[in-house]
Design a protein around this ligand. Structure first.
Ligand code: ADP
Length: 634
């Protein structure tokens, strides 16, 4: 007996004790696995001439045994060897990225877990108390039997099997007052589940179905003869197999699209948007696309592979054709089917295909249009979309060095400080006063924090809105957009924001000049921590604040410091801006006048550290900071 890997064990436990109401999806999951296994074999056969079977031999079969209380899903796909069983069924893929909730949270969260990790095979334990897998890889002589009751672990032993492929035999749990697991044990239930969830699986799903037929009328039958019937069974294909993208849009219900999406792309939740179109021209093709309602857990990891399924005349050629999707829409799922592709089955050739580029461009445009229309007509939905994938769009702008800003800039949403809600850049511009020359933004940890920052307040006080940005990519995205609709994007933390009136500027210059000695002393106290200490006309309530001169902002410095190979060499040129109208400044002036150098230096360091804290940056020497406070309070 082997034990399941820890995370798998927890998941199993969750499955078994789940309050999950949709237990019936176990069948869909097993059929999806079977279909994937058949795909894999089929793909191998394309490049391996030694494999010899007819493509129409490939199928899936669902059967049941009322007496034994079993439901079996069989396929003649790729099969597994001993090691494969261990790797695939002894542990759950990606389990290391799972965090399990404690018991109270578990009940409400379990649906999410099931959906998010596509636990596929394990869902058999929602209905079964014993699962047996009998499998033989194509071309091998040895079959293997895997059994598990779910809790303790599993066993693997050699066995016999005719032909190749996999049978998954689920022994259903006993019925209880609440749960009738036996409901699956009949033709009608299984058939309707297959049609509901797996109708478009491209391989035939076969079932022994009962029929009745009229017996021939006996020759000596009298006038009062009543026809007699006999029951017989016949192997039938249950699923429709007509690809959903080949059907007229108007004839397919939303529910059918949603089911197709969930089964094909292993998601628990309905997609947020379905896009389908047919293109005619040099190449004709059908496209069916889905925008998921949430990001898969690995979207931002290296393992994530974008791509659309590529079919040529209903035959799947490639499962994830990368060339059909640009990176900024890498989250989109879907299918492209064309009979005009000049296909050379070798994938290398396919990748260089110009026809694919043309299709990709068209798809890119359609997705953009669909998102624009969602943004304009279904705002709530769009905000949901943006919460899930906005980051990817921002990366799209950043990684194209702003070249995609015309396409993606209008899709951005940012938090408006003035309106207290998400706005597009166009909405921001529509609301701004006529004299406003720039688009202002601030970057930092949270909306709450940003809205209290002195630099943000000072811009707001002038009647200009500020976009508050809290994602790590925001700053780079803003810099890459640079100019939107002829307006320059400006970080409010720039030292030379230039919002002051001539009068204010002059006043500040005079104040700086007349306190020259004081500022020199302050600069000396801070050494190379700042490049400048100066009076700022823009501060309102606070005595001092930090800003940055030059290309590196404070936020950028913070982010660079968090990178794994940071050496602290990327530093913003800091300016300590002083509010000359604040009472604290008068205190500084007095200390300077009486020649108390120590106090000037102490106050300066307090102001500087205070400013750091407001920026959400660590203070250099917390011990010295608290000693300074203690000294002053004495
Ligand atoms: P997923 O399908 O999301 O990868 P599962 O837990 O459903 O996760 O399955 C785990 C793995 O077990 C699959 O990736 C596949 O390699 C293998 N597997 C499951 N069912 C079959 C099958 N019928 N034939 C061959 N391999 C299978």
């Amino acid at each position: 007996m082997k034990e399941f890997k820890t995370e798998s064990k927890k998941l199993l436990d969750l499955m078994i004790n789940s309050i999950y109401t949709n237990r019936e999806i176990f069948l869909r999951e097993l059929i999806s696995n079977a279909s994937d296994a058949v795909d894999k074999l089929y793909f191998q056969s394309l490049t391996n001439p030694d494999m010899n079977f007819a493509p129409d031999e490939l199928h899936i079969q669902v059967s049941w045994d009322e007496e034994a209380r079993t439901v079996t899903v069989s396929d003649n796909g790729i099969g597994m060897d001993e090691e494969g069983l261990d790797n695939n069924l002894g542990t759950i893929a990606h389990s290391d990225s799972m965090e399990f909730k404690n018991d109270e949270e578990k009940q409400s969260e379990d649906i999410d877990i099931i959906g998010q990790f596509g636990v596929g095979f394990y869902s058999a334990f929602m209905v079964g108390d014993l699962v047996t897998v009998i499998t033989k890889p194509y071309g091998s002589d040895q079959a293997w039997k895997w059994t598990s009751t779910g809790v303790d672990g599993y066993t693997v032993e050699p066995t016999e099997k005719e032909g190749w492929g996999t049978d998954v035999i689920v022994h259903l749990r006993p019925d209880t007052d609440e749960e009738k697991y036996g409901e699956f044990l009949n033709e009608h239930s299984l058939k309707s589940l297959i049609r509901r969830y797996s109708n478009y699986v491209r391989y035939p799903i076969m079932m022994e179905c009962e029929h009745s037929r009229e017996l021939p009328k006996p020759e000596d039958a009298g006038d009062d003869y009543k026809p007699e019937y006999e029951q017989y069974t016949e192997l039938e294909t249950v699923n429709s197999r007509i690809p959903i993208w080949k059907r007229k849009k108007s004839e397919v219900t939303d529910e059918e699209y949603n089911e197709f999406y969930k089964t094909t792309f292993h998601d628990y939740a309905d997609p947020l948007k379905t896009i389908s179109f047919h293109a005619e021209g040099a190449i004709s093709y059908d496209v069916l696309l889905f925008i998921p309602s949430r990001a898969p857990f690995d979207l931002y990891s290296k393992e994530y592979k974008k791509g659309l399924q590529l079919y040529s005349s209903n035959v799947l050629i490639m499962d994830k054709c990368e060339d059909l999707l640009f990176d900024h829409f890498n989250f989109v799922k879907g299918v492209v089917d064309s009979q005009d592709l000049t296909l050379n089955i070798s994938r290398e050739t396919l990748q260089q295909n110009n026809q694919l580029r043309a299709i990709a461009k068209r798809i890119d445009k359609k997705i953009t249009q669909a998102l624009e229309s969602m943004r304009d007509n279904e705002r709530d939905k769009y905000e949901e979309f943006f919460a899930a994938f906005g980051r990817t769009l921002k990366y799209g702008i950043y990684s194209s060095y702003g070249m995609k800003k015309d396409q993606l800039g209008g899709l951005m949403l940012f938090h408006s400080a003035k309106e207290g809600k998400l706005v597009t850049l166009d909405e921001y511009l529509a609301n701004c006063p006529e004299d406003q020359e720039n688009i202002y933004y601030a970057t930092g940890e949270s909306i709450e924090r940003l809205s209290t920052l002195p630099m943000v307040k000072s811009v707001l006080n002038r009647g200009y809105d500020v976009l508050l940005c809290c994602e790590d990519v925001d700053e780079f995205c803003m810099i890459s957009i640079d100019i939107y609709n002829e307006k320059q994007l400006r970080n409010v933390a720039d030292a030379d924001l230039g919002l002051e009136t001539e009068e204010e500027k002059q006043e500040a210059e005079e104040a700086t000049k007349s306190n020259e000695a004081l500022f020199a002393a302050m600069q000396e106290a801070l050494g190379d921590k700042v490049t400048k200490v100066a009076v700022s006309p823009r501060l309102v309530d606070v005595p001092a604040a930090l800003s940055a001169e030059g290309p590196v902002s404070l936020e950028m410095e913070k982010m660079m410091a968090m990178m794994p190979d940071a050496d602290g060499s990327v530093k913003a040129s800091r300016v300590l801006e002083i509010n000359a109208k604040h009472p604290v400044f008068a205190t500084l002036q007095v200390a300077q006048e009486v020649g108390d150098t120590e106090k000037v230096s102490l106050y300066t360091s307090l102001l500087y550290n205070q400013a750091l804290l407001m920026e959400g940056m660590p203070i250099d020497d917390p011990v010295a900071f608290s000693e300074a406070i203690a000294k002053l309070m004495k």
